[in-house]
Design a protein around this ligand. Structure first.
Ligand code: PPS
Length: 571
């Protein structure tokens, strides 16, 4: 098994141009239509260009795509489990022709590559989700992306790389397949076990990786994903600092760290195979597949999407064909009586098993509770605590939603005063009317404008929460999907999100009609008025619902304070 070979026996792909071809491509790009890549597309592009996805030489064309979706094979029969496609909008697609090229640019407009378009087609994305992920349930992050975020048209073709995407963070730890292979060769490493992770590593992971390396009599490559992982994961900056601490505890001569800018799909078994293809391309000979590898979490019924060992089974089935040895690993647990870690199957009735789940770690970070040294090295825990302070020190957003006249602003004002009275925190008010004057004065009340208005509020609120402040927002926010986007924005920024539905009925709001707007709306003088001539989608699972027909302002505001205390946001 030659180290220089890709899983398919060919040479590592290198899409980058050089010399006169590079200069010509830069000039050619000036006349090409430009596509601004999404974060995920940029991740895919980087790994296509540097050969991590060998034998792919570009975004998949239709024939490759269809066979990959159906059979996990490229049109030429080579095993490749994940469709790697460039999704675009309909308008942009309509401006394209096969045989022409597109300039692919990053978010700042920097030219990364030219795509020579060979295929343009509209895929059946629901069928793709079912075939690739085994489900079309949007609780699966890969499905949610495919059905809700991805553009409806795919464009395939060969790539001509102009410039690798630039990374300002951890630049020396991001190695291309070529750089890693050179490093292995220079160190005389011939057997290399790769460990994939999207989580901070604790002692159990360290024990597992050491065991795997010993078992294979091999060196170890810790190869964490720093592209896109599962929404809600710990950010990669914190994780990489944790890995760097942990690395000091490994045998220095036999362990290396390299960061992988992969955009994961959380595709379980298929994703495990994809990870193997990548690691083979990186020059690794062995790959650890643990329990529930690249697992997407629970489905909307609360059940697992894949069996816990489904990924291991599929990985083992195809390992020979890919030319990489799979090291299936069970969960490792701590045995207090032996002061040692062991795989669950080696536990005897005499052992006292201690374990802390990922959820429990998050809870302890949230509450500031102790995380014992048997579980994680203190410097790793300290690193996590820096970016994940206990809830009472975290920023959060109280997001009111409800009909005009429901009482949102009145309760929000009362809440702001109560929070200021409690002291020690900074509070920003983003009231509907106020925002419309200061941030959204040019917007009307069409769905598009309302969404933009709410996303602006969400953006500002997420920034406030990110910096430890409290944002109190009180727009109507009639659309559930937009509110969900705001929740995502805030939680991804590390803030808490408390949705308060001011559920006062339309009848009561209309009867009050403090601003006289309902009368005008009924008379047709105001168009698209929420509740009258425009929809209001009531929240299904708000943190709190308050009806001002039944509660005084004082009671409602106090109810929110109690909720915030119960959730741990107020000391
Ligand atoms: S939205 O849908 O969330 O963007 O609305 P929002 O920014 O909260 O603005 C709502 C306030 O604007 C006044 N107003 C209208 N509301 C709903 N529909 C229409 N067509 C409309 N036109 C003006 C109204 O006073 C809302 O204030 P509140 O405080 O909710 O009564």
């Amino acid at each position: 098994m030659s180290q220089l070979n890709t899983p398919h026996g060919g040479q590592l792909v290198d899409c980058y141009l050089s010399g006169p071809a590079l200069a010509a491509a830069r000039t050619e790009a000036l006349a090409c239509p430009s596509w601004d890549l999404s974060e995920r597309q940029l991740c895919d592009l980087e790994l296509l260009l540097d050969g991590s996805f060998s034998p792919l030489t570009g975004f998949m064309g239709r024939a490759d795509y269809e066979r990959v979706v159906g059979e996990m094979r490229l049109a030429n029969g080579l095993l490749f489990p994940m469709p790697i496609t460039l999704d675009v909008g309909e308008t942009f697609a309509a401006s394209l022709k096969t045989g022409t090229s597109i300039a692919l640019r990053d978010a700042e407009g920097v030219l990364i590559a030219l795509l020579d378009v060979s295929d343009i087609w509209t895929p059946d994305r629901v069928a793709e989700a079912k075939a690739v992920f085994g489900t079309d349930d949007p609780a699966h992050p890969g499905v949610a992306y495919l059905l809700r975020r991805a553009g409806p048209v795919y464009v395939g073709g060969r790539l001509r790389g102009v410039q690798a995407p630039h990374h300002y963070d951890f630049a020396v730890d991001r190695k291309t397949p070529r750089q890693l292979r050179e490093q292995f060769a220079a160190q005389g490493w011939q057997r290399i076990v790769a460990f994939q992770t999207r989580n901070p590593m604790h002692r159990a992971h360290m024990e597992l990786t050491l065991r795997a390396a010993r078992q294979a009599e091999a060196n170890l490559l810790i190869n964490p994903v720093v592209g896109m992982t599962k929404p809600g994961d710990i950010d990669h900056y914190s994780r990489v600092r944790c890995y760097e601490h942990l690395l000091k505890h490994y045998p220095a001569q036999s362990t290396a760290l390299s960061l992988l800018g992969l955009a994961m799909r959380m595709g379980g078994p298929r994703e495990a195979l994809w990870h193997m293809v990548i690691r083979k391309n990186l020059g690794c000979t062995h790959f650890i597949v643990g329990r529930d590898h690249a697992g997407p979490g629970k489905d909307s019924q609360g059940a697992d999407f894949y069996g816990p060992y489904a990924a291991q089974e599929l990985a083992l089935k195809h390992a020979g064909e890919l030319g990489i040895t799979v090291l299936p690993f069970e969960e490792m647990v701590y045995l207090e009586n032996r002061d040692a870690y062991a795989p669950v199957s080696e536990v005897t009735p005499a052992d006292t098993v201690l374990s802390i789940s990922g959820t429990e770690v998050r809870r302890r970070l949230m509450t500031g509770a102790e995380i014992p040294a048997w579980f994680s090295y203190p410097e790793v825990v300290a690193e996590l605590r820096k970016t994940h302070p206990p809830r009472q020190d975290q920023g959060f957003v109280v997001f009111f939603t409800g009909l005009s006249g429901a009482g949102k602003s009145t309760i929000a004002n009362a809440l702001q005063i109560k929070l200021l009275e409690l002291g020690g925190r900074r509070v920003t008010m983003l009231d509907g009317d106020h925002v419309r004057k200061m941030l959204s004065s040019e917007l009307g009340f069409s769905r598009e404008h309302r969404d933009l208005n709410i996303l602006r509020i969400g953006f500002v609120a997420s920034e406030i929460a990110k910096h430890g402040g409290i944002a109190v927002c009180a727009p109507i926010a009639p659309y559930a999907a937009t509110r969900a986007r705001v929740r995502e924005l805030v939680t991804q920024a590390g803030g808490g999100f408390i949705e308060v539905h001011v559920s006062t009925s339309l009848e009561v709001c209309e009867q009050r009609d403090r601003k006289g707007l309902y009368a005008k709306a009924r008379a047709g003088l105001i168009k698209e008025f929420t509740g009258i001539s425009d929809p209001y989608e009531a929240p299904e699972a708000p943190e709190l619902a308050l009806d001002t027909a039944e509660l005084s302002v004082e009671q409602a505001a106090h109810g929110i304070v109690l909720k915030l205390e119960a959730l741990g946001y107020l000391a």
